[in-house]
Design a protein around this ligand. Structure first.
Ligand SMILES: [Zn+2]
Ligand SMILES: [Zn+2]
Length: 386
């Protein structure tokens, strides 16, 4: 913890520099350059250009042992920042509104901490700085580019700053922790006509409206109330003129689930409802579902060990062992392959106004969380590689 404290100033400076210069997914050139240079300064073997802009550094411990992957995401979002902070984004329309600037800074601090203590642990720490987490499939691209091989990864650790909770709170959950996300598209085909002659049309607008309403029953009537899932219809597109009944309507939405059997049940019900309601109204409907990321499922034993480490570091901390969110993170793709633990790290300070939600233009967090995150991951890594 003392060593992490000594890193406080450099952590904050690094995070603020990254915050000022946010880069969207697969465009993290400046960020990747800073990361690669910092890892090379520690004498690490560094691979760049992994999944386009990702960086992987390998740090060897004292003797032989397992390989632990530590994963940090680097990308920003297409949001115009409104924090007014002195370190606010200098790039119009681009902002670190999810905290990935903090994750990258934490990753470099963990590298420094483990490097300084490298005589006291075995095996290897594989530092993975991932591009394009925000819905762009960066983790899957990294797997394709061999991030889990050479050397083969045995465990994975990572964290997400969590602005719904204060500094001092940690969500370290064994089992499902972040939901899997699907993108859904419903196409309704009818037949168009003059708006004054609806009897000559099969109106897809009316059918779409009924489908949206009927879909509300999937979670409320079909899902076991002891399970969790979200189904949100978020866009409806149809028609171009006030006096024309269009021939097609299209809706998009998202589905969030923790278990594959719940996901399959909901998709089946969406297909049945869309097709059935459309048919009843003289239209046809087709449903396309695209899996964006599976659920993040933590390894039970690994989560227990990380909880234990957090308890040693901060006996007063609030460690929640069944924290879950319906938000998604593509770290799931990595943690589906190897046992992993993804920590949600409390980061807000409402008194200072640092509690806007993730992806909000006023998102900002208490930088004290950076010190906590670096200390926790370094200590947990050392424990696993002890
Ligand atoms: Zn995000
Ligand atoms: Zn994020």
């Amino acid at each position: 913890m003392q060593q992490a404290e000594a890193l406080r100033q450099s952590l904050i400076a690094c995070r603020r520099d990254l915050h000022r210069h946010p880069e969207l997914g697969y465009q993290e050139h400046r960020t990747a350059g800073i990361v690669a240079e910092a890892l090379r300064e520690l004498g690490m073997e560094v691979r760049t250009g992994v999944a386009q802009t990702g960086v992987v550094g390998l740090l060897e411990g004292e003797g032989p042992g397992p390989t632990l992957m530590l994963r940090f995401d680097m990308d920003a979002l297409p949001i115009q920042e409104e924090t007014g902070a002195p370190y606010a984004s200098s790039v119009s329309g681009v902002m670190h509104a999810c905290g990935h600037d903090g994750h990258t800074a934490i990753g470099l601090a963990v590298a420094r901490l483990l490097h300084a203590r490298r005589g006291s642990w075995n095996g290897r720490a594989k530092f993975v700085f991932q591009p394009a987490e925000e819905g762009l499939g960066g983790a899957a691209r990294m797997v394709q580019d061999g991030v889990l091989e050479a050397p083969e990864v045995d465990y994975a650790l990572g964290l997400h700053l969590w602005n719904a909770r204060p500094v001092g709170w940690m969500g370290i959950t064994g089992g499902p922790v972040m939901a899997g996300a699907d993108k859904m598209k419903v196409r309704v085909r009818g037949s168009g006509a003059h708006a004054a002659a609806p009897h000559q049309a099969h109106d897809p607008v009316v059918a779409a409206a009924h489908i949206v309403t009927a879909l509300q029953t999937v979670i409320s009537r079909d899902l076991n109330p002891l399970h969790a899932a979200v189904l949100s219809v978020t866009t409806i597109r149809c028609g171009k003129a006030f006096n024309v009944i269009p021939s097609e309507a299209e809706m998009e939405g998202t589905l969030r689930t923790f278990h594959p059997h719940v996901r399959e049940m909901i998709i089946e019900r969406v297909r049945e409802i869309a097709a059935g309601v459309a048919q009843g109204l003289g239209c046809e409907a087709g449903v396309e579902v695209e899996l964006l990321t599976p659920a993040v499922v933590n390894d039970i034993e690994l989560a227990r060990r990380v909880q234990q480490v957090a308890g040693w570091l901060w006996p007063q901390a609030t460690i929640e062992s069944d924290a879950r969110t319906m938000m998604a993170d593509d770290v799931a793709v990595l943690m589906n392959e190897v046992p992993g633990c993804y920590v949600l790290l409390g980061a807000n300070d409402p008194q200072r106004g640092l509690d806007a939600p993730h992806h909000n233009p006023r998102f900002d967090f208490d930088e004290e969380s950076l010190v906590r995150g670096a200390a926790l991951l370094a200590a947990a890594a050392q424990d696993l590689l002890g």
